[in-house]
Design a binder for this molecule. Structure first.
Ligand code: PLP
Length: 409
């Protein structure tokens, strides 16, 4: 009989969103007429913009003709998209990325989950707390985390991020090999400053640590002097892998397209102490286990970089950013303390008094019929916070805030 990978059994399952769904379903069943507004889930709501739809429609037509039909594409992505990424996302920042350092994929989730395969099981990982769960869970599956005691994995180094440290984690004091940072951050909606990221790069170089840098929300950055790419920081090419996505930038959550940048200078050690570049290893991994993103989707992603595509997608980002402003300012106007919401579509609300995350979740659901996400679901240091998202419609966002303003805290 086959043996299972018991590491999977260490995972708790998705209790957070399952619990939310259960509570919302029970409430809806008890109050069939309740008009529930969902500000919990991090999915976009605006449709794909016309420039993308036109490009994809044209690609569909090409696929329907013998002369222009395409079968398997390059596992790393078509050169037209890799080149558009290099020219559109990096050149304007003054960053030189070669096209064979760009790997197009079906999602940043897949990339951040799969990248850990390149590292041996004895590596120590550090994650921020609270955190986007995929960094941790994928390493649990990979056998790198030890056992979980009360939801805390024994071999993982947790870096608390809260208002107390201005959402900027301290360097780990213990030995680590790989650090995951996400800026703009899900769930806190905050960004790490250029100066702090420069310190991180310096620290990674000194300690020989690999930085996994998730910038899936870079399109939301508007604060000046905040880096959109980790490669804007000197020395980052030697230690950092960057993950980006068209999901939130261009509404591709259902269409699926993202990319990872693995610079040729990034290396990790073999057992015998030699330095092994990760770029050819990631290329090998993708060629073996992945057959590329559909041509039609890649043509849609390419259109994000056209003049019309840029204008139209930026208009959508501006729409969500305005929702974020409405939520942030609306909550502040009734004396609540909120973080994020400026360079990210997430608002991180401090619960009033000593209320727990779930207590505030229940109040919002039961008293004003709003679905949120309890911060404690993202890690122990998320306790006492609640995440609201700006991805809803303008109308629902305004209605939700008007309702919250009627509450007495
Ligand atoms: N990284 C972060 C921080 C996210 O919040 C998300 C999605 O919510 C992703 C990655 C996943 O992106 P994708 O849709 O490209 O898989």
């Amino acid at each position: 009989m086959a043996n299972v990978n018991e590491n999977y059994l260490k995972l708790q399952g998705s209790y957070l969103f399952a619990n939310i769904a259960k509570k919302v379903n029970e409430y809806q069943a008890a109050h069939p007429d309740a008009d529930i507004i969902r500000l919990g889930i991090g999915d976009v709501t605006l449709p794909l913009v016309p420039a993308i739809v036109d490009a994809m429609t044209k690609a569909v037509q090409e696929m329907g003709k013998a002369e222009t039909f395409r079968g398997y594409g390059p596992e790393q992505g078509y050169d037209f998209l890799r080149q558009a990424i290099v020219n559109g996302d990096y050149k304007p920042l003054g960053v030189d990325i070669a096209i064979d350092e760009v790997f197009v994929s079906d999602g940043a989730k897949s990339d951040v989950g799969n990248i850990q395969e390149l590292f041996s099981e004895d590596n120590v990982i550090a994650i921020t707390d609270p955190v986007y769960p995929v960094y941790l869970d994928s390493n649990v599956m990979g056998g790198r985390t030890g056992e979980s005691v009360d939801g805390i994995f024994q071999k993982v180094v947790y870096l608390p991020t809260s208002a107390e440290n201005n959402f900027s984690p301290e360097f780990p004091s213990e030995h680590v090999d790989i650090v995951y940072l996400c800026s703009p951050n899900n769930p806190t909606g905050t960004v790490l400053s250029r100066a702090r990221l420069a310190e991180w790069i310096q620290w990674c170089k000194e300690k020989d640590v690999i930085l996994m840098f998730d910038s899936a929300y870079e399109a939301f950055i508007s604060t000046e002097d905040t880096v959109k790419s980790i490669y804007e920081i000197e020395g980052a090419r030697e230690v950092a892998i960057e993950f980006r996505s068209f999901s939130k930038t261009a509404g591709f959550t259902g269409t699926r397209c993202a990319y990872a940048v693995v610079p040729k200078e990034v290396t990790a050690k073999t057992k015998s102490g030699e330095r092994q570049p990760l770029n050819p290893m990631w290329n090998r991994r993708q060629c073996t286990k992945f057959n590329g993103v559909p041509y039609i989707v890649q043509r849609g992603a390419e259109a994000v970089y056209s003049k019309e595509g840029r204008e139209q997608t930026q208009a959508n980002i501006a729409y969500y950013k305005e929702n974020a402003r409405i939520i942030k300012e609306g909550l502040e106007s009734i004396g609540l303390t909120v973080y994020g919401g400026v360079d990210a579509p997430y608002i991180w609300l401090k619960t009033p008094g000593n209320m727990t995350s779930w207590e505030l979740f229940d109040i919002l659901l039961e008293q004003v019929q709003i679905v949120s996400t309890p911060g404690s679901g993202f890690g122990p240091h998320g306790e006492g916070y609640l995440r609201l998202t700006a991805f809803g419609s303008r109308e629902n966002t305004i209605r939700a805030i008007e309702r919250i303003k009627t509450l007495q805290f």
